[in-house]
Every structure is written in C-alpha cells, then in structure tokens.
Ligand binder design. Structure first.
Ligand code: HEC
Ligand code: HEC
Ligand code: HEC
Ligand code: HEC
Ligand code: HEC
Ligand code: HEC
Length: 375
C-alpha cells in the first residue's frame, strides 16, 4: 500500500515533467553562476518523516515487542457461547464492530480473531504531521464516553485515549450508593468492575466514594495523569523489547524524571492495607435473599430486598464457589457501606498497579473502606 502510494506520487511528478517539455532542441551555451540562495528553514522534526516509522528496523522492533505483550499473546475470545460482547475488547473483528456500531454483531463473527496491529491501527487521517499532529495511524484517539456511565467522558488528550476504549470497567453492576434502603444486593459470585479499571482509576472516578477520614482528590488531578500518561509509562523508549515500546511493560526511565530519589514500588502500605480490607470483607455477615422463579432477588413494595433470615458470612472470599478460586463474592443482602468497600477492594485489585495509577485516590478508597467496616 505504502509502496503503491509512493509510486503514484513519483510517477505523477514524472508525468508533469514530460508533458511540459516536448521535443528537446540542441543544448544552449552555459549560463553565468547565480548568486547564493538564502539558507533554508529548519526541516520538520525527524519523527515526522515517513521512514522514521516506516522502516524495517523500526517495524522489526515494534513487532518483536508486540509478540511478548499480553495484547500479542493474550487469551483469545472464541465466538461461541452466549457472551459475544466479550469480543469488543478481546478480538480484532469484535473491536471493529464495537468502534463502528457500539456493539458486537455476533452474526458477523465466526472465527477466532486475536488482537493484532490492525486492532488499534488503520491509516493516517492526515500527512501534515507538522500542523495536524502525528496520529500514528490509530483508529481512534477521541475522548471516550464510559460504558458504566455514558454521561462521563474521559479525555487524556492524546494517544492514551486509545487505551480507555478497552481499559475501562464494563457495565456489569451498579456502583453501590445510598438509595434510601441502606442495603445493596450482591446477586453474583463475580462482584466488582470487569476488567481493567485503569483509565477510571487514573482519572480518579468510578470508585464508591465512601465517606471517611481521607478526602478524595479532585477528578483528573493526579500528577500521574497530568504529568505522565498510559503511553508515557507503558510505551516508553527502550533498547530492550521486553520493556516499553509495544510490550506495554512499564519502563523505569519514564519514572526517574520525577522520582529522582528512587522509584516507589507501590503506594506506601498498599499490600498490608489490602490484606486488612480483605480480611474484614471475609468477616462481613449479610443475609440470604428470597429468590423468584428465575433466581433473581425479590423486593418488597418499598424497594427493600426480602431476606430469608439465613446469614451469609463473607462478601469477598477465596476457595468459593470452587477450591482454588480467589476474590469471589457471596450472594446476599449487605449494607451499602459493606458493598461499597467490596467494590473498592475489587477496583483496587483489578487496577493491578498497587495504587500507582492514582496514589491519592487509592489511598482515600482504601482507608475509608477499612474505616467503614471497622466502625
Ligand atoms: C510516527 C510514526 C509514523 C510516521 C511518521 C508515519 N507513519 Fe504511516 N503509519 C504508521 C503506523 C503505526 C501505521 C499503521 C501500522 C501499519 O500499517 O504498519 C501507518 C500506516 C500507514 C499507511 C497504511 C498502511 C497500510 O498497509 O494500509 C500508509 C499508506 C502510511 N502509513 C504512509 C505514511 C507516509 C506516506 C508517511 C510520511 C508522510 C507516514 N506514513 C509517516 C506510523 C507512521
Ligand atoms: C470493555 C472491554 C472489555 C470487555 C467487553 C471484556 N473485557 Fe476482559 N479484559 C479487558 C481488559 C482491558 C483486560 C486486561 C485488564 C487487566 O489485565 O487489568 C481484560 C482481562 C480479562 C481476563 C484476564 C485475562 C488474563 O490474561 O488473565 C479475562 C479472563 C477476561 N478479561 C474475560 C472476559 C470475558 C469472559 C468477557 C465477556 C463477558 C470480557 N472479558 C469482556 C477488557 C474487556
Ligand atoms: C493496543 C493498541 C495497539 C496495538 C495492538 C499496536 N499498536 Fe502500534 N501504537 C499504538 C499506540 C497507542 C501508539 C502511539 C504511541 C505514542 O503515542 O508514542 C503506537 C505507535 C506505533 C508506531 C510508531 C511509534 C513507534 O513505536 O515506533 C508504530 C510504527 C506502530 N505503532 C506499529 C505497530 C505495529 C506494526 C503493530 C503490530 C505488530 C502495532 N503497532 C500494534 C497502539 C497499538
Ligand atoms: C482492543 C482493546 C484494547 C486496547 C485498545 C488496549 N488494550 Fe491493553 N489489553 C487489552 C486486553 C483484552 C488485555 C488482556 C489480554 C490478555 O491477557 O488476555 C490487555 C492487556 C494489557 C496489559 C497487560 C495486562 C496484564 O495483566 O498482563 C497492559 C499493560 C495494557 N493492556 C496496556 C494498554 C495500554 C497502555 C493501551 C493503550 C496504548 C492499551 N492497553 C490498549 C485490550 C486492549
Ligand atoms: C505513572 C505511570 C503510569 C501511568 C500513567 C499508567 N500506568 Fe499502568 N501501571 C504502572 C505501573 C508502575 C504498574 C504496575 C506494573 C507491574 O506490576 O508490572 C501498572 C500496571 C498496569 C496494568 C497491569 C499490568 C500487569 O502486568 O499486571 C495495566 C493493564 C495498566 N497498568 C494499564 C494502564 C493504562 C490503560 C493506563 C492509562 C489509563 C495506565 N496504565 C497508566 C504505571 C503507569
Ligand atoms: C510527572 C512526574 C511523575 C512521573 C513521570 C511518575 N511519577 Fe510517581 N509520583 C509523582 C508524584 C508528584 C507523586 C506524589 C503525589 C501523588 O501521590 O500523586 C508520585 C507518587 C507515586 C507513588 C505513590 C507513593 C506513595 O506512597 O504515596 C508511586 C508508587 C509512584 N509514584 C510510582 C511511579 C512509577 C512506578 C512511575 C513510572 C512508571 C512514576 N511514578 C512516574 C510524580 C511522577
């Protein structure tokens, strides 16, 4: 495609030349030397030249690092079974449907379709990189309206918007909030945001902002959001294909410009506090709910869930429903605060950065959740 484009450009130049200059006459005498021309202006930044990206040397490195990444080697969703919606983030064909129509058309999907270059890249919107900015031929770097709340839009203002399309919680469950009943019904054994709440965490939203001694930082105020980005931390320059580039593994070089006295490996106390919160969530006592004929919880006329009187011990537990399972939820009626603490625990866990993405927001969610369960 690129070759074809270049050939078209070059041959059109030749064409103009030939027609404007028909049968050549005999050569004339040499003219006098002209005066020196003025110095040319500096050229555009080197990154804006085609070959800085479109060379085998660059592409070989990109491809090698992509091969070691979770995107390149991740689990591939097969289009069988009732959950075609998983394909919107776990496959190329499903993702293209999702970008075009906002949902996956199962009828169009028959094959396995792993994440490839074409999942994220397509073609350039412009070649005027100097004035329009480099788009890296990405399919979308537009701000993203969230699945969990389409009224909330995240705009990282650059190529990191591409990450938000997939690295956001699906609209699986309503985030627990006080609704006047004082209760929240957990009707699943997989409670929490699914999966990858990294964009919402970096933005500082979509936790259950339970009241407590630590204040919540302003939305979009984290230094890791304003001074760094998904792409700067996860796709930094590197001479090792296992770090940065298209491996998406974090580079230390991207941290040291700010953390000049050593890079903290996690939010201080994160591991201990998560263990404390999990222990408390394992001790919470809820109540079994009455089920209708379809197994759904029954509510009375005031909107309160109807309990059976049978206690349910533990909201987030291990070895349930099967031995070896971890961090799964028990079904039951819990207090709003208990459900909020569980939501926050699962959010911090699924974020997978040990509080790094948004230290201040993580600190508030963690401390206030622990306090709510201890009171
Ligand atoms: C900053 C990096 C970068 C620069 C600079 C760049 N490109 Fe690209 N280009 C890409 C990426 C990434 C893709 C998508 C991945 C792929 O197709 O290999 C792409 C795709 C393309 C495609 C579509 C390829 C296809 O197979 O459909 C064409 C054509 C193209 N570029 C031409 C150009 C031209 C011409 C220039 C210079 C004016 C240029 N590019 C500069 C990164 C760049
Ligand atoms: C909105 C995009 C999106 C949708 C829809 C989605 N996922 Fe994911 N999923 C992700 C992202 C992003 C990750 C990686 C996040 C991380 O590692 O923190 C992930 C990770 C996973 C993992 C862990 C993979 C591993 O290698 O351990 C499993 C399993 C999974 N998803 C299953 C599913 C299933 C089943 C569905 C459909 C019911 C689904 N996902 C729908 C975005 C999505
Ligand atoms: C998950 C999305 C995603 C996938 C998959 C992906 N890329 Fe990229 N790629 C990006 C983003 C985002 C950038 C811009 C990074 C930046 O802003 O510096 C980029 C930048 C690039 C660049 C220019 C910068 C550089 O690293 O030299 C090239 C070339 C490129 N990609 C090629 C590829 C190729 C080839 C593949 C498949 C082997 C691929 N990409 C797969 C998201 C993706
Ligand atoms: C098309 C959807 C999609 C896009 C766009 C996307 N990701 Fe992912 N990402 C995933 C899925 C799905 C996984 C999990 C793959 C697996 O393990 O099966 C994942 C995994 C990852 C992982 C590894 C997680 C782990 O547990 O190993 C990192 C890091 C990551 N993505 C960062 C990014 C960044 C940064 C961007 C933006 C440049 C981005 N992703 C864009 C879907 C996407
Ligand atoms: C300040 C730098 C920084 C920023 C900004 C950042 N990350 Fe991270 N991210 C990290 C660190 C550090 C980890 C933990 C790394 C580890 O465990 O290997 C991490 C972990 C992750 C993981 C889990 C990786 C794994 O291997 O388990 C994913 C997925 C991820 N980040 C995606 C993103 C996305 C998407 C964005 C943008 C919304 C983002 N990150 C922004 C530094 C950053
Ligand atoms: C733009 C500057 C900047 C960059 C780049 C940056 N950080 Fe930070 N980081 C900060 C600032 C400022 C704080 C303290 C304020 C806060 O909590 O947001 C901080 C806090 C942290 C914390 C929490 C420490 C604690 O206990 O409160 C961790 C962990 C962390 N950074 C890790 C990283 C890692 C890992 C990287 C690189 C992948 C990175 N940072 C890149 C500026 C940066």
């Amino acid at each position: 495609m690129l070759i074809r484009l270049l050939i078209v450009v070059v041959s059109s130049l030749l064409f103009v030349h030939c027609t404007s200059d028909p049968v050549p006459g005999p050569p004339g005498a040499d003219g006098m030397d002209g005066i020196d021309g003025v110095d040319g202006v500096d050229g555009a930044d080197g990154t804006a030249s085609c070959v800085s990206c479109h060379s085998n040397a660059t592409m070989d490195v990109v491809e090698a690092s992509f091969d070691v990444s979770s995107h390149g080697a991740g689990f591939v969703f097969t289009f069988t079974g009732p959950r075609d919606d998983c394909a919107s983030c776990h496959s190329t064909l499903g993702h293209l449907d999702f970008l075009a129509f906002g949902e996956v058309d199962p009828g169009s999907l028959t094959n396995n379709s792993p994440i490839t270059c074409a999942t994220c890249h397509d073609s350039h919107d412009t070649f005027d990189f100097e004035n329009d900015g480099i788009d890296y031929a990405l399919r979308s770097i537009e701000p993203v309206a969230l699945e969990l709340d389409p009224n909330t839009v995240i705009d990282f203002g650059g190529t990191s918007n591409n990450c938000t399309i997939c690295h956001q919680p699906r609209d699986s469950y309503v985030i627990p909030a006080e609704d006047g009943t004082g209760t929240y019904v957990v009707a699943t054994d997989r409670f929490g945001p699914h999966h990858g709440p990294q964009s919402t965490m970096l933005e500082g939203i979509m936790g259950a902002n339970i009241a407590g001694s630590v204040g919540y930082p302003g939305v979009a105020s984290a230094v890791h959001r304003t001074g760094a980005s998904c792409v700067s931390c996860h796709m930094g320059e590197s001479t090792d294909i296992n770090e940065g580039l298209h491996s998406w593994n974090v580079t230390e070089a991207s941290c040291v410009e700010c953390h000049t006295n050593g890079i903290p490996s996690e939010l201080a106390g994160f591991t201990e506090d998560m263990a404390t919160l999990k222990q408390l969530l394992g001790e919470v006592v809820g109540e079994e709910f009455e089920e209708d004929s379809e197994g759904n919880p029954v509510f009375d006329m005031d909107g309160n869930p109807v309990g059976t009187g049978v206690p349910v011990v533990g909201l987030i537990v291990d070895d349930f429903p099967n031995p070896g399972d971890t961090n799964r939820s028990r079904k039951g009626i819990f207090t709003t605060a208990e459900a909020q603490a569980a939501w926050n625990y699962m959010t911090l866990l699924e974020d997978q950065s040990n509080g790094t993405h948004n230290p201040a927001y993580s600190r508030a969610l963690l401390t206030n959740s622990i306090e709510a369960l201890q009171n």
